[in-house]
Design a protein around this ligand. Sequence first.
Ligand code: NCD
Ligand code: ZN
Length: 351
Amino acid sequence: MKNLIIRKPDDWHLHLREGLVLKNIIKYTTEYFGRAIVMPNTNEPVTTIERAVSYKKEILDAIALGTNFDPLMTIYLTDETNKEELKRGYKDKVFFAGKLYPANATTNSRHGVKEIKNIYKLFEIMEDIGMPLLIHGEVTDSNVDIFDREEVFIDRELNQIINRFPRLKVVLEHITTRYAVEFVMEKKIHATITPHHLHINRNAMFFGGLNSDFYCLPVAKREFNRLSLIKAATSGIENFFLGTDSAPHMREWKAFCGCAGIFNAPVALSSYLKVFQEENSLDKFEAFASLNGPKFYNLPPNQEKINLVYESFKVDDFVEISDSFKVVGKIKKFHAGEFLNWRIQNDSHSS
Ligand code: NCD
Ligand code: ZN
């Protein structure tokens, strides 16, 4: 197959950051995706209507004129989230969904939920008004091995949440295990799958020394889990859809503190397509990337189509972050130095 025409995809899990980083990276997402669910774990987290409005404005101001892109904002749930604010924000279409981060589970999650039972009262409202709940599904108990945290979260927390709130629209984000794939299918909930979890297993973090380029949360797991994620994503089954979890960190910080997050936005579609092609499932890509998500969120699929062409290109190492003309930093791309085979026709960014 030499080209593939599909409806423009959406990214159902994305970190856009703020300030200069936002300004320099947003073009990668707006070129390839019609909409994106924007994660609320900014430096000052998006916990109120006011903050969501100002963050959305910052995002829209950073987008090139004439670009058709819809950022879908989320509220960062905390033990203190105000019920009325949650309800009003959803009814007024400021919040598209609510995000649950267990406190300290990942980057900028120190404000997250300390005791999930404390926010059952919010779930009750969300179930009632049809507001989706997006979950970072890892326990933070330091006695639980980091590679087991997703499975333990499913057993200790998620199972109870969905039993107690059967009509709640739940997305288990960036799943990394076969256990999660099976749970999602059995309980008929939904999940996003990232490109990196389809490509790497836990060995990647230790290849050639300790390598934080492949460190993200939840961490990549053993190979059999990756294989199960590949089967799920490429099946076309509507419970699974695209969410890149593209999470840029400036090189200095990544190198210095090894912060969690992989920046895949510039190569996300090509990265997924490599896997779909290897699985002989290119015919399922549109469902995963452009149809299953809108169906779950009760939105129409994007009208616009994109033409993906089979053409080899080398991924360069970094995206530069500049302030006007002065380069102030850089961010490592996922697949840096590798060859990928699919690109969007007329795409000006992948190289
Ligand atoms: C994300 C980030 O950097 O904001 N990091 C990551 O490893 N995925 C946060 C998250 O989604 O866990
Ligand atoms: Zn994320």
